[in-house]
Write a protein that binds this ligand. Structure first.
Ligand SMILES: Cc1ncc(C[n+]2csc(CCOP(=O)(O)OP(=O)(O)O)c2C)c(N)n1
Ligand SMILES: [Mg+2]
Length: 363
């Protein structure tokens, strides 16, 4: 077990930050942002609601209602900040943990739960939401995103692609190949790496000897590290990177320096491989508390506002839970329906075989 000070309370010097953990607004020469009180309140609402959805999903899994869940706890600011930077013409490619980005793309949380409950094979229409399906194969979505971005480039489209991946994924061949392609074709893509310090039980020190964002320079495009628990900074840097991509300036690697507060998934027990003090240090950098402190200090919100958001979160949590439990189980043969867009002889044969097998059971 290794404990690295960079994963603790000390913020590395190269970090782009606009809101400190204490809720103090700080200036940055390259990345500033002007947010109205209404916009800050709206970001706070997003953060609280996605945390509530996530906690509800963990509870559902613990009660046997989901097969598994990958919690976003601690990564709300990275996801809401970057997700709210997207415009309608941008396309997002997530991993399996991007519930906050899904929220920003108006994907009904119940559809996410359906995937983890095993009652659907994806859950939403990627085209309707400009939000690709969740990808479990680590890093493969970076290639999909670069291919999509090159398509935008060739079609003369307006948008950019953004692709999410983790610190562990940065070691994958797919991710490095996608960097090469994005770079040499100057593709309109933003690589958004949430460095949550862990790839299941493997610490970041086992992925890289240098900060991840610096890898970009070896591929020939800019990289930066942002405080991933600072929703203002994540919004600002992602807006800039997307604008650069859309205006023909090519890719950017954003390393959102954050922390996975929960287990890797509900099947994991992080107490077996990481020390409690690390978690305690990161609790002090909570992404929601700092926005709350800022809103209070700036007198942009009062207790009534916070109570109303908490009430809305409870209501949303209850509604999502109820609708999750009401989702019908699929019929076993449904699995063959969406393998290919068009009918396919082999699939028809397999369907018939499976139907015959099922008929062998007593009703
Ligand atoms: C190609 C591939 N190899 C291994 C796995 C098993 N696996 C699932 S999650 C994970 C760790 C990913 O860590 P990271 O990229 O940091 O993302 P995080 O889970 O921390 O968000 C691994 C190795 C996989 N899903 N796909
Ligand atoms: Mg990770």
């Amino acid at each position: 077990m290794t404990v690295d000070a960079s994963r603790g309370a000390e913020a590395p010097p190269e970090l782009v930050q606009l809101l400190t953990p204490e809720g103090e607004r700080v200036e940055h020469p390259d990345y500033d942002i002007d947010l109205t009180p209404e916009e800050v309140r709206s970001l706070y609402r997003d953060l609280v609601l996605v945390r509530r959805i996530d906690l509800g999903a963990v509870a559902l899994q613990r009660q046997g209602e989901l097969g598994i869940w990958a919690s976003l706890l601690g990564q709300e600011a990275a996801q809401i900040g970057s997700g709210r930077a997207l415009t309608d013409s941008d396309m997002a490619f997530p991993t399996y943990r991007e519930h906050g980005v899904a929220w920003c793309r108006d994907v009904d949380p119940v559809k996410l739960l359906g995937l983890f409950r095993g009652v659907n094979h994806g859950g939403w229409d990627p085209v309707e939401h400009n939000f690709h399906l969740y990808t479990i194969v680590i890093g493969s979505q970076t290639l999909h995103a670069v291919g999509y971005a090159m398509g935008i480039q060739r079609d003369g489209g307006e948008g950019a692609a953004i692709v999410y991946f983790g610190d562990g994924a940065s070691s994958q061949g797919d991710v490095n190949e996608s960097f090469v392609w994005a770079s040499v074709f100057n593709a309109p893509v933003v690589f958004f790496c949430q460095n949550n310090q862990w790839a299941i039980s493997e610490p970041i020190e086992k992925q890289s000897r240098i900060p991840l964002y610096r890898r970009a320079s070896g591929f020939g495009f800019p990289g930066l590290r942002v405080d991933g628990n600072d929703v203002f900074a994540c919004l600002a840097v992602t807006r800039k990177a997307l604008a650069d991509a859309r205006s023909g300036q090519g890719p950017t690697l954003i390393e959102a320096f954050t922390y996975r507060m929960g287990a890797h998934t509900t099947t994991d027990d992080p107490t077996r491989y990481r020390v409690a003090s690390e978690l305690e240090a990161w609790k002090l950098k909570d992404p929601i508390e700092r926005v709350k402190a800022y809103l209070f200090k700036q007198e942009m919100a009062d207790q009534e506002f916070f109570d109303a958001i908490d009430a809305e979160a409870e209501q949303l949590g209850a509604d999502v839970r109820r609708r999750c439990l009401e989702m019908p189980d699929p019929q076993p043969l449904d699995i063959f329906d969406h393998v290919y867009r068009e009918p396919h002889a082999l699939i028809d044969e397999e369907r018939a075989q499976f139907a015959a097998y099922l008929e062998g059971f007593e009703a």
